[in-house]
Design a protein around this ligand. Structure first.
Ligand SMILES: [Zn+2]
Ligand SMILES: [Zn+2]
Length: 126
């Protein structure tokens, strides 16, 4: 598959739990069929993201892309828990594209949120 942002080859990330591809050029990650929702809950999953600031600076602004699988225009989305994370989603195949570092950002928030929720639950039980 070809990266919708930098046109480099995207390589499959080998995993049993979700289906994703990572770009060999800009290090963006494409999650098939909304599988980022599942992927972000998996321990250690952030390691798949390389967090290249250089690539992020170049490609984060590039929003007008086509879905690499169905070649329809993607829709700009904002993560509902982290409003600064913007990504591209295909409304046809439910695929999602994260720029380098964005997915890591998403998983880190989830981890912190989990701790906050645990603390809140603990306090309310006292
Ligand atoms: Zn790319
Ligand atoms: Zn699509």
């Amino acid at each position: 598959m070809i990266c919708p942002k930098c046109k480099c080859q995207m390589n499959a990330i080998e995993t049993d739990s979700f289906s994703a591809l990572k770009c060999s050029g800009c290090a963006g990650i494409w999650f098939r069929d909304g599988s980022h929702e599942l992927a972000k809950t998996i321990k250690g999953v952030r390691e798949i993201d390389s967090n290249s600031d250089e690539a992020k600076a170049t490609y984060n602004e590039l929003r007008d892309i086509e879905c690499p699988e169905c070649h329809k225009k993607t829709t700009k989305m904002v993560d509902r828990t982290q409003l600064h994370i913007e990504f591209e989603a295909c409304t046809y195949c439910k695929g999602v594209f994260f720029d380098s570092g964005e997915f890591k950002d998403l998983t880190e928030f989830t981890f912190v949120e989990r701790i906050k929720q645990a603390v809140t639950t603990l306090k309310s039980n006292l």
